[in-house]
Design a protein around this ligand. Structure first.
Ligand SMILES: CCCCCCCCCCCCCCCCCCCC(=O)SCCNC(=O)CCNC(=O)[C@H](O)C(C)(C)COP(=O)(O)OP(=O)(O)OC[C@H]1O[C@@H](n2cnc3c(N)ncnc32)[C@H](O)[C@@H]1OP(=O)(O)O
Ligand SMILES: Cc1cc2nc3c(=O)[nH]c(=O)nc-3n(C[C@H](O)[C@H](O)[C@H](O)COP(=O)(O)OP(=O)(O)OC[C@H]3O[C@@H](n4cnc5c(N)ncnc54)[C@H](O)[C@@H]3O)c2cc1C
Length: 665
């Protein structure tokens, strides 16, 4: 099929863009040098023919898909090694540490994913210098391939309830790993099924019968030559899932498997040869990898959404349907304001979480530096921020990815659009690295504690400082500052009501735990409200900061999106605002008009805005979202790859249908 260069609809859209697309790309990539570096890596990666799929993955069997993913992972590793990309070392954004490039090769994840995302970072974060020296090099060279094995069949959320034991035997200076029950089997770790030969096992340390809490151990599970499971190791794959089907998530059980003492990662806690336990300065340091991954999820969520919204907006610009005016041709569906309502918030939300993720990453890096000199003061706030922003970014972005899919009508249901797969990998972020409700409850725990300490005169941490302000009613103000203040009032109001309920429930005789459980719906509302106030505040302040350095044309568009985000959220959360602020019906009417005006203002820049995410066709992997906009031609080309189209009549016709038709069954 010969294609014209670009669909005229997209050509027209690109001509109405009011800002410099490259300038926005550089800003989103955290610098022009990051864009250049990323593009150079992409040029290299996408020129490797072995990394292209001849048959779409969805037409392969489960086993074939796994084998294909392994083949590609190995080629990709080689290419990235040649380009000098540091694997296992996170950066501020998915794009600048090449996660997006990496994972675009796999629509459904790579079996090496956990090697890079958690195995190596845990060695770096939890190992002492000697252990890092030994294991990091081996892992980086892929001499060993590992994963992070924490979750068990019986427990994922409640880490203190994990059953896998590591019992110290001082006679042999070894730990004995044991899985005492079926529910203690590790369940879920990526790559564990048939890919990894080592793993970090989180297990309950016991010395002379005394428990010392959960600690990380590096455990060999397969022979380095034959890849056979080692004696006492029971390992396999957990089966088909909603997504991540090429990640090779696995199960693992131990029958008294012995490992050397120095295989416990000992940066924070140590066990001496004679079985003396030295505790870390803060027992929660063993949970450090989770904090780091939660921080990175905020950027990943924004990135998944930016890919989905690019596909949906490009498709909406080339798709024509129905009639707006009787005597005119069918309009682009992007001209329907309801379509703009579904999609433009996706661009704004992606920006909001991207800019917040850069800020959060900087907070994390600052904490890391302080932690290295024994200062853990920032940890409780960082933990609350990482939990809460992980939750609202993953749930908002996943909801919007699904909205993007539905906005493409029937074609969004096609696997070749890549929207179903994007939904799959996005929705997983709501569960992994801490199930979202549980993470909100962790956030609420920190907020209630801060509130109670604050009421006794203790200072609030920076993101909670507005708790100190009295919740006095003030006139509604629809400026950005006014809306931010209003959301802070909602946050104070919800937290204050939750604390009052907790106090009333305990006063009425409930235990602290029962009171907490009874008030928990309110508590997760208070946690979410705090997260909203943080995101509104950081998104605005980051754009104000960048606004001073970018061109006036770009600054104007960036603020259109900030306003859209603010007004959209105000209309969405109207109930809360009516309860806790002076918002009136008249204000709502004028905000609705403001919202409609903003959609109209953003419309000419819609394609420019998604082009600025700078996703090559190979990254989007979508028949609907390609840069040239030839969606129908691509849909047909992909349909022809269905194995059923290889022959005009399938044998089942002769075997079953024909006898049925002839009444000969
Ligand atoms: C080219 C290649 C480039 C490569 C680059 C890199 C590639 C990266 C690829 C990126 C792709 C990313 C893909 C990632 C894939 C990941 C797959 C998913 C992996 C997992 O899911 S691993 C398993 C995760 N599991 C969890 O998250 C479990 C959740 N549960 C918990 O965290 C805890 O159990 C919970 C709920 C916090 C409760 O713990 P508990 O011990 O019971 O604590 P308490 O409630 O009693 O609280 C005590 C006290 O501690 C504080 N606390 C709790 N947790 C933390 C923490 N993590 N840090 C700091 N403090 C913490 C808590 O606030 C309490 O404080 P108090 O002062 O109130 O006492
Ligand atoms: C795609 C994917 C990849 C994964 N990869 C890995 C990996 O590589 N390594 C690894 O170790 N793990 C991995 N996991 C496991 C993951 O971390 C856990 O599934 C997750 O932490 C949730 O725990 P759970 O499954 O035990 O859920 P549960 O805790 O059983 O949650 C079930 C329900 O119970 C509720 N609930 C639980 N506790 C509470 C509470 N205290 N208060 C209120 N409600 C509660 C939850 O809100 C939820 O609604 C992965 C999971 C997925 C889906």
């Amino acid at each position: 099929m010969t294609l014209k260069k670009v669909n005229p609809d997209l050509e027209k859209e690109r001509s109405t863009c009011t800002f410099n697309i490259e300038e926005l790309t550089n800003l989103l990539d955290t610098g022009a040098h990051c864009t250049a570096e990323r593009r150079a890596v992409e040029d290299k990666v996408f020129s490797v023919k072995e990394l292209k799929d001849e048959i779409p993955d969805e037409f392969l069997s489960h086993k074939e898909r796994y084998e294909n993913a392994i083949r590609k992972s190995v080629f990709l590793h080689k290419v990235l090694q040649e380009t000098g990309v540091k694997r296992g070392v996170y950066n501020r954004s998915d794009k600048s540490d090449f996660r997006t490039t990496y994972y675009s090769i796999f629509k459904d994840g790579s079996p090496f994913m956990l090697q890079y995302s958690m195995f190596v970072p845990t060695i770096l974060g939890q190992g002492d210098s000697e252990q890092v020296e030994l294991w990091y090099k081996r892992a980086l060279n892929m001499e060993i391939i590992g994963t992070y094995a924490q979750t068990e069949l019986g427990h994922g959320t409640f880490i203190r309830g994990l059953e896998t034991e590591a019992v110290y035997d001082e006679k042999t200076e070894e730990f004995i790993l044991n899985s005492p029950s079926l529910s203690s089997y590790k369940w879920w770790p990526g790559g564990l099924g048939h890919t990894t030969n080592y793993c970090i096992v989180m297990a309950q340390l016991k010395i002379k019968g005394k428990p010392y809490g959960m600690q990380p151990f590096i455990v060999q599970i397969r022979d380095e030559e034959t890849h056979m499971p080692l004696p006492g190791v029971k390992v396999g794959e957990i089966g088909a899932k909603l997504a991540f089907n090429t990640v090779n998530n696995g199960f693992l059980g131990f029958e008294h498997v012995r490992i050397p003492r120095r295989h416990m990662l000992m940066r924070f806690s140590q066990v001496s040869k004679d079985g003396k336990f030295t505790s870390s300065a803060n027992p929660k340091l063993a949970y450090g990898t989770m904090v780091m991954v939660r921080v990175t999820i905020v950027n990943s969520a924004a990135t998944y959404l930016s890919r989905a919204v690019t596909i949906a907006i490009r498709y909406s610009a080339v798709r024509h349907q129905s009639k707006l005016k009787q005597n005119e041709p069918e309009p682009q569906i992007l001209d329907y304001v309801t379509q703009q309502h579904k999609l433009f918030i996706g661009i704004a939300t992606s920006h909001a979480y991207m800019f917040c993720s850069y800020w959060l990453w900087d907070v994390y890096v600052m904490y890391q530096k302080e932690q290295n000199v024994g200062n853990f003061d920032r940890l409780p706030e960082l933990h609350a921020l990482a939990c809460c922003l992980k939750v609202i970014s993953s749930s908002d972005c996943t909801g919007l990815v699904e909205k993007c899919r539905m906005s493409c009508g029937g074609h969004g249901f096609m696997m070749s659009s890549n929207l179903p797969q994007l939904y799959g990998i996005s929705t997983a972020t709501c569960t992994y690295e801490g199930e979202n409700t549980v993470m909100l409850l962790q956030t609420a725990r920190a907020l209630v504690k801060a509130w109670e300490l604050g009421s006794r005169g203790r200072p609030f941490s920076p993101t909670m400082s507005y708790f100190a302000e009295k919740n006095v009613p003030s006139k509604w103000d629809s400026s950005l500052e006014g809306i931010l203040n209003a959301f802070q009032k909602v946050s104070i109001g919800k937290l204050s009501s939750s604390v009052s309920s907790l106090q009333e429930y305990t006063k009425s005789g409930l235990s602290a735990e029962d009171a907490w459980n009874k008030a928990s719906v309110q508590l997760i509302g208070a946690a979410e409200a705090w997260g909203r106030a943080v995101v509104l505040s950081i998104y605005k302040s980051e754009i104000e900061r960048y606004g001073q350095t970018v061109s006036p044309a770009l600054k104007s568009v960036l603020f259109d999106l900030v306003e859209l985000y603010y007004v959209h959220l105000t209309l969405e959360k109207m109930g809360d605002l009516l309860l806790y602020t002076q918002l009136s019906e008249k204000d709502v009417v004028s905000l609705r008009k403001k919202y409609e005006d903003l959609l109209e203002k953003i419309r000419p820049n819609a394609i420019g805005l998604v082009d600025a995410f700078d996703y090559r066709d190979e990254v989007l992997n979508s028949t609907l979202g390609s840069y040239d906009g030839f969606a129908y031609e691509r849909l047909m080309t992909e349909a022809m790859k269905s194995p059923l189209n290889a022959e005009p009549v399938n044998q089942s016709f002769h075997k079953y249908i024909k006898p049925l038709m002839k009444g000969k069954l």
